[in-house]
Design a binder for this molecule. Sequence first.
Ligand SMILES: [Zn+2]
Length: 576
Amino acid sequence: MLAEARLLSAEKTWSPESLHALQEWLQACTTSHRACIPSSTSHRLPLRLLDVCQGSGLVSGQYPPGMDSFDRFSAAQQPSVRLCSTRGLPPNTHYVTLSYRWAESPRLLLTKKTESRFEQGMDLGALPPEDVAIFRDAIHVTRCLGFRYIWIDALCIKQDDEEEKGTEIMNMGDIYGNCILNISASEGVADANGLVYKRDLLLANPCRYVDSGQSDAGPSAVFGEALRLSGSGLSQRGWVFQERTLAPRIVHFTRHHLLFECGQRFCPEWRCDTGGSSAETSPYSAVKDLLAVRSDQGPERNEVPSEATHRFEELWYRHIVPLYSTTKISFHSDRLLALSAVAQRYCAARKLQASDYVAGVWKPDLPAALLWRHNVDVSGPVYDSISLAPSWSWASSSGEAWGIVPHRLDAKASVLSVHAEPMSRNPFDGTRSCVLRLQGRLWKFCRREDGNKIRWYNLANTHALSEVASCPVPGQNEVGIVWDRTTSATKALFLKFQPPNQMITAGIGRPALYFLHVANSQGFEEGLVLHHRDGALGGYVRVGFWMLEKGLCVPGELERHEFVEGICGQYVIDIY
Ligand SMILES: [Zn+2]
C-alpha cells in the first residue's frame, strides 16, 4: 500500500468509511488550515434553514455519532425535517449548504402555499426518490457530521416570491461564504441515485504506477477520469461557479469517491491528509485566495496602479471570466446574476464601488477590458446573443471569453463616458441598456466580391484587404479577426493587406466593417470590429476582435452620421 493512501473497501461511495475520511479532513481544515479561516466579517445567516434534528427523535449535541449509529441517522430511518426561521439563532450557527443541479421540473419547492407545511415538518420518506434523493442523502451527511442545519435553495427560499428571491440572491456571498461545509452533488444528475453510487473498487482505489525512471512516484499516478472534476456535470453549471468559489470547503460526491476541496487542499478520499507538499491545489485556489483578502488589505484606490491592482485585474480577466464564461446556464437572464456574489466579493476585496461594475466589466479597466475574444480552439459553438449586457462586454455572448490583461496593454482609445441602466436592484446584475462613448481611431472597410475573391476596401486610403484561408497566427500584412457570434465554420477570419490600388467605388456596398484601435500589446495593435447601427448618429455594436502587427493602421474618413464628433483623425463614437 502507498504511504499516503488508504485502501477503500466500502462498495458504496457513502459509508462509515467515507464519513471517517470526511471527519478527519474537516477537523484538519477547520483547525489547522491557515488558508481556510473565514474572511467574511459579516455573519448574516440565510433567511431560513432546515432543521434536520427537530421532530426526528435526534437530539442536537449527541453528535458526532459513533460509526455504529451511521444508519440510524439516515433519512430512511428519520425522514422528517423542519423548516425554521433563523431569527433568534446565534449569527455563528453552523450550517451546511448543498450544490446540486435542479430537476427539470422540481415538485418539492418552498412557496407561499407550502411554507406552513414545511414549518410543521416534511416527511421526505413520503416523496418519490427521484425528487428528493439528493436532499435525503445530504441530510444524512449533515446529521452524521454532527450539524443540525442545512440550507437548500429550493426549500429555503420562497420560489414564488420575487422580492425574497432577489434579496437572497444578493446574500449568496454570505450564505455560501459562511457555511461550515458545502456538499456538492458533483455528478450533476438529479435522479434516484442521489449522492450515493455503487462503485467499482478497482476504479476507486489508487495503485502505484511503476516507472523505472521515477521510483518515487506518489500515489497520484493513477486516476485519469475518476479524479478529474472539470468534466463532471455540476461544475459546468453557471450557478455552481460562485458556490464553488465562495464556500470555504466543499465535499464533492462523485461516482467513484469523495473529493475534498478547500483553500489549502484538493484531494480524493483515498489520500490521507498528511499536510505534505504533494497535495494538489484546487483550480479555484487562486480565485479563493484573492477573494479572501479582507477589505482592509486590498489595493489602495486612486494610487498609481500597484502590483496588488495588477493581481486583481489578472484574477478577474484571466481566471474568473474564462472559468465562468464556459459554464452553462438554463436562462440567459441569469448570466450575470449567477456571478453577482463573486462580483460583490471581488468589488470589496479590490476596494471598488458597486457603481464601478457594468455588466461583467470593471470601469477602471476600460478600455483594455473591451479586448476579450472567444477561444477559437474550442470546437464550434454558435454563440448566443445575450441582451442583458452591451455588445462590448464578454457577457453579451456565450462561449469562453479570454485574452485581456489590462496592465500589459497600452491604451490607444479614451473612454469618455459609460451610461448604464441597471436590470434590477442588484448592482451586480446585467444592464437594461448601456452605452459606452469613446474616442479613438476608426477605419472603415466595405465588402466587395471580385470574381471568386472577397475584398474589403478602405475607400479613403485605397487600401484593400482580401479574405484568405485561416492562418494560425497573424503575421505581417495580415489582420486576424475573431467574431463574437458565429458558427464553427467561421470562427475566425484572416484578412491580407493588398498593395494600394486605384480608387474603386463601383459595386462596393454594405455591410461595412469598422475597425476601432483600442490598445497596443507586445508587438501588436488590437481593437474591436464594429458594425454601424442604423439610424443612430455615431452608434455602433461590437461584432468581433481584431489584431495585427504594429505599424499598419490606416485610419479612413467617415461620413457625418458615422461619428458624434471628429478631431484630427480621432472620432468620438458610441458603442451599444
Ligand atoms: Zn482547508
